[in-house]
Design a protein around this ligand. Structure first.
Ligand code: SAM
Ligand code: SF4
Length: 326
């Protein structure tokens, strides 16, 4: 039974764990100038990750998403997947990746126990993909998605950050692409962070624009299960794929929050746009501190707020999402 329940009766059985801040892409909304190391600290080690996930699992966490930065740049990425998967109580291990290493390595990730994969792909047009991510690698990421299906993933989720004048007009191309493929394409509204104010002003567009187009074309919203996260998912009988909409600026978005985050330096974040985080690292060196770790997690959860205050322009301490894993 989950002990990670907050004062608003939300249950947190889902941990998003960042294992590195490093990234090799330069997405305009995240790391437009590429990754620059701003500290000398080491990212969480395999032992620290193991102790951390065990602590969470003992409190009822069932699903872990390994994210970053670009998580697959870690040399021990396969070991991380295996360690998380082998933790008692963890039922599902997922990752979010920019797809750079997928074509080569996704079969190894699957063999290590990876259950689900999200790939970021902001455009199906090679030039636009290059413009948004700073890398001319659409073909490579596409090959990675094919490799994921070939490795045995029955569904792949694709994350697309929705941006006015850049990719928001590409809906029909995306729909044609997912028609024969079991892809859940998730449009994520561009979120404002400390670093991207001008871009946000120029390109933010509400996901409701896409929702109207979908409904006009006969798409139907799927019924949400109690354990579903904040994405609203639409399906159509003519399509193998689905469309998800993630609209953090909608009221009540946070009502279905079901996730906690830990940064690559071992700080607990109760919200993507929360606060400076709670230090956990001093309790991760040995499994003997597991009780104390669990106590600290439960204490911190008591302070989780009902929602973010993005609409009011309150961005918390989040400079860009690569720092705590989007
Ligand atoms: N590097 C991996 C990737 O890009 O998939 C994992 C980390 S990335 C921070 C996780 C997700 O956050 C990606 O799908 C990315 O598109 C999304 N993201 C990053 N910054 C964002 C922003 N400002 N608004 C909305 N989504 C953002
Ligand atoms: Fe890297 Fe992912 Fe950020 Fe793009 S969104 S810069 S791939 S961490």
């Amino acid at each position: 039974m989950s002990k990670l329940v907050d004062q608003f009766q939300r249950k947190f059985e889902y941990l998003r764990l960042s294992v590195t801040d490093v990234c090799n892409f330069k997405c305009t909304y995240c790391l437009p100038n590429g990754y620059h190391r701003e500290h000398k600290k080491q990212f969480l080690s395999l032992v620290e990750i193991s102790n951390l996930v065990q602590g969470f699992a003992q409190l009822g966490t069932k699903k872990v998403r390994i994210t970053g930065g670009e998580p697959s740049l870690r040399r021990d990425f396969v070991d991380i997947i295996e360690t998380v998967k082998n933790t008692q109580g963890i039922e599902k291990v997922a990752t979010t990746t920019n797809g750079f290493r997928m074509a080569k390595s996704v079969a190894d990730w699957k063999a290590a126990g990876l259950d689900a994969i999200n790939v970021s792909m902001d455009s199906l047009d090679a030039n636009m993909f290059h413009q948004i991510t700073g890398e001319n690698l659409l073909t490579r990421v596409m090959a990675g998605i094919d490799a994921a299906f070939a490795a045995g993933f029955s569904q792949v989720k694709v994350n697309t950050v929705l941006m006015k004048r850049l990719n928001a007009h590409e809906l029909d191309t995306f729909l044609a692409w997912i028609k024969p493929r079991n892809i859940q394409l998730r449009f994520i509204e561009l979120m404002q962070t400390g670093d991207n104010h001008a871009l946000f002003q120029a390109h933010h567009i509400s996901g409701s624009v896409i929702m109207k187009q979908l409904i006009n074309q006969g798409w139907v919203e799927k019924v949400r299960q109690a354990t579903d996260g904040p994405a609203r998912v639409f399906c159509h009988s003519d399509y193998s794929g689905e469309i998800g909409l993630i609209m953090p600026y909608e009221s009540h978005f946070c009502d279905s929050c079901n996730r906690l985050r830990v940064s690559s330096l071992g700080r607990l974040h109760l919200c993507l746009f929360g606060e400076q985080g709670t230090e956990l690292r001093d309790l991760l060196q040995t499994s003997e501190h597991s009780e104390a770790l669990q106590q600290r997690l439960m204490e911190a959860l008591k302070t989780k707020r009902a929602s973010h205050f993005l609409q009011q322009g309150e961005l918390g301490g989040t400079v860009h999402l690569a720092s705590i894993g989007g």
